[in-house]
Design a protein around this ligand. Structure first.
Ligand code: IFM
Length: 438
């Protein structure tokens, strides 16, 4: 019997990011990125792990793209490494562009649609030394980078995303310091967030000017904030958290203004803006991406009683995704939505018989796809879904300790093994309907 089905033409894919899988950190002219510098700095990443080798995807990309094809996936979301293409932020490294050209051509050969993200966190270190995202010059630098990639690949890549998760870049990179470049300055983080948004808008223009029929979007990570006891006080706190984290990015992009109350509350920390910035940020998009993993619950310190948690310590809660999608649809005039990341890390084990059984990941994907379908039935325009991630990979400050892949990677041999979830996902994709849980 067929499970819940999806509209024909629904886009099924898997996602990755350059630094998390490529390796080849200093090969063929690649420059140092802020994540190379950060992971090479003692104490920044668990166990001293680095992306130097990662999944060696730079050399094994064809084998990895074959996996996509074997799993019936017709879409692949990946990112280009800015430092591979512009090692010092200025002159172009054509060998870097050649790699992405080989990647895109292989995808097309396998009839897989490329979904290209320009920035998934690996800024050239040389630009960081000039102030990075804190320096207004980054807006022009990012637009130039977008132009260079668009000129080389714009005849073949139709779907473009400017930034991945600006909240994480700004606040984990510049306020908590858990991510590269490891800074701890809230005023700077707010300025970075503003520059990211303006740079996004400038890149939208650059992509449209240098491609034929590009569809352009941005990817936002969203964490709905809910209450434990539904008191008035909790509801107010939850709303304040949502406004300062999520609406801080959604409002400029979809309304052309920052949330007024939060802007006021920042006082002297408010970012410097220039005339025209808000219009630049609010460029009409062809789609936008949501990365959803979990929710935040106010009214409790620690875990929600009765809830399941992943290896990241994130609560599993699919209904919160449905509620959030419906809310967004009521509150904003939105372009079509792609779920550009969704998935879970668990402590997967490689069994003697060669299988990797991950029933909890299958259940996670099942319930989140079900939640997505329910939201769609209420009028939310979701056009596609990308599982995070194709491969186990470098999970930033957690290194290789957290496995998000539907494909297991043995990091000593670089062997890839399909987890049960990959097989379940392939069946779901080929039927365009949720495959049953075992
Ligand atoms: O691995 C990350 C990815 O790079 C961005 N979104 C969240 C994932 C899981 O933490």
């Amino acid at each position: 019997m067929k499970g819940l089905s999806f509209p024909s033409g629904f886009v099924w894919g898997a996602a990755t990011a350059a630094y998390q899988i490529e390796g080849a950190w200093n090969e063929e002219g690649k420059g140092e990125s802020i994540w190379d510098r950060f992971s090479h700095t003692r104490g920044k990443v668990l166990n001293g792990d680095t992306g130097d080798m990662a999944c060696d995807h730079y050399h094994r990309y064809r084998e990895d793209l074959k996996l996509l094809r074997d799993l019936n996936l017709r879409a692949y979301r990946f990112s280009t490494s800015w430092a591979r293409i512009l090692p010092q932020g200025g002159a172009v490294n054509s060998r870097g562009l050649d790699f992405y050209e080989r990647l895109v051509d292989t995808l097309l050969e396998f009839e897989i649609e490329p979904y290209l993200t320009l920035y998934h966190w690996d800024l050239p270190q040389a630009l960081q030394e000039r102030g990075g995202w804190g320096n207004r010059d980054i807006v022009g630098q990012f637009a130039d980078y977008a132009t260079i990639v668009a000129k080389r690949l714009g005849d073949r890549v139709k779907n473009w995303m400017t930034l991945n998760e600006p909240w994480v870049i700004a606040f984990m990179g510049h306020r908590s310091g858990e991510h590269a470049p490891g800074l701890r300055d809230e005023k700077l983080a707010l300025q970075v967030a503003h520059h990211l948004l303006v740079a996004h808008g400038a890149a939208v223009d650059a992509l449209r000017a240098n491609t034929r029929a590009a569809r352009v979007g941005i990817v936002i990570n969203l964490l709905p904030v809910e209450t434990l006891h539904d008191t008035e006080q909790e509801r107010a706190l939850a709303e304040q958290n949502w406004q300062s984290d999520s609406a801080w990015f959604l409002d400029p992009i979809f309304r052309g203004s920052y949330p007024a109350a939060i802007w006021q509350a920042y006082g002297a920390k408010q970012p410097r803006t220039l005339p025209g910035d808000m219009a630049q940020i609010a460029r009409q998009l062809d789609f936008w991406g949501i990365n959803y993993y979990s929710r935040h619950v106010v009214g409790i310190n620690g875990r929600v009683p009765g809830s399941e948690y992943t290896a990241m310590g994130w609560e599993v809660n699919a209904p919160a995704l449905e509620r959030m999608l419906v809310r967004l649809n009521h509150e904003y005039q939105l372009p079509p939505i792609l779920i550009t990341e969704n998935g879970a890390a668990f402590a997967d084990q490689y069994a003697d018989d060669g299988s990797v059984q991950d029933p909890r990941r299958i259940a996670y994907l099942y319930t989140h796809l079900e939640a997505t379908a329910r939201a769609m039935a209420q009028g939310v325009n979701v056009r596609g879904y990308f599982v995070w991630s194709l491969l186990d990979n470098f999970e930033w400050a957690y290194g290789y300790g957290k496995r998000f892949g539907i494909v297991y990677v043995d990091y000593t041999t670089q062997k890839r093994v399909l987890k049960d979830s990959a097989k379940w996902y392939a069946q779901t994709v080929s039927e365009n309907a949720l495959a049953p849980l075992a």
